[in-house]
Design a protein around this ligand. Structure first.
Ligand code: HEC
Length: 247
């Protein structure tokens, strides 16, 4: 699987368009919006890196996979720069850059904390898949920043992925309209953004047909077909300005 540069492009460009360096005052809501959209793009990139290395991670004949935090970090940064034309370290304003770097730090911690699992020799399927990488990274990010990052779906596999009321409403809308881009709005002091995820060929081994039959992890497949809405990446960024809470 190639790095998802094309998938990334739409979202990253949409978020970066408003980064006009000549604009000295950037509202907290706008910073939260950009952070949410770009973090969802970074998670897409990180998930893509795990997917691209899945065969190697699952190879029982290799011990040390070289799938280190720094290696993964470099690939995510490269995918971001290729799709946006901007290196992460040059993203303005600083409030947004800080949030993106916080995601990368969380991603590194997730990879670091799973080195034993990834490098275990003699085991094929280790359960270190894109969704698990995303969940662990989200947990670390939330603990460090208060930013919530979640992978959710109408047919969720685990309770922690269950959509809340806002997510359920947006997922229903995605299901009807099958949009290419995500949807965001201010809600209860957060900028909340959902980015739709659609089923690709590579997802079918676990999420495809026949419905109900166990996947490699022994979980029932959902019976999806290519192009079906699988779910969404959901990002909630606290808005720091009190005035923004009023709307
Ligand atoms: C090796 C099996 C496997 C493959 C391949 C796979 N998934 Fe998953 N997926 C899972 C498992 C297991 C979970 C639950 C993980 C968790 O969150 O603990 C999951 C969860 C998810 C979730 C979170 C919602 C939920 O159901 O709980 C999304 C979204 C998702 N997968 C999308 C995808 C997409 C898109 C692809 C293809 C690009 C894909 N998956 C490929 C096994 C897989």
């Amino acid at each position: 699987m190639r790095l998802p540069a094309v998938v990334l492009r739409a979202g990253v460009l949409a978020a970066l368009v408003c980064m006009d360096p000549s604009e000295s005052v950037s509202s907290d809501t706008d910073n939260a919006r950009q952070s949410a959209e770009l973090i969802s793009a970074l998670l897409v990139a990180g998930r893509g890196v795990v997917a691209q290395h899945q065969a190697k991670i699952n190879d029982p004949s290799i011990g040390d996979k070289g799938f280190t935090p720094e290696y993964v970090d470099g690939l995510i940064r490269k995918a971001f720069e290729e799709s946006s034309g901007t290196p992460i370290d040059a993203v303005e304003p600083a409030e947004v850059r800080t949030n993106l770097v916080a995601f990368l730090d969380a991603s590194k911690e997730a990879i670091r904390n799973n080195q034993d699992r990834i490098n275990a020799p003699g085991i094929a399927f280790k359960g270190f898949i894109p969704a698990v990488y995303g969940r662990i990274t989200g947990n670390v990010l939330k603990g460090k920043t208060g930013i919530e990052l979640k992978q959710t779906a109408i047919l969720f596999r685990n309770a922690y992925n269950e959509p809340d009321a806002f997510e359920a409403k947006v997922l229903d809308e995605f299901q009807r309209t099958k949009p290419e881009n995500g949807h965001g709005e201010v809600e209860s002091g957060y900028y909340r953004y959902l980015r739709p995820i659609y089923i690709k060929e590579a997802c079918l081994t676990c999420h495809g047909e026949p419905k109900g039959e166990p996947d490699i992890a022994g979980r029932p497949k959902e019976g999806y077909k290519v192009g079906d809405l699988r779910g969404a990446i959901s990002v909630s960024v606290p808005i720091s300005n009190d005035q923004a809470h009023a709307n």
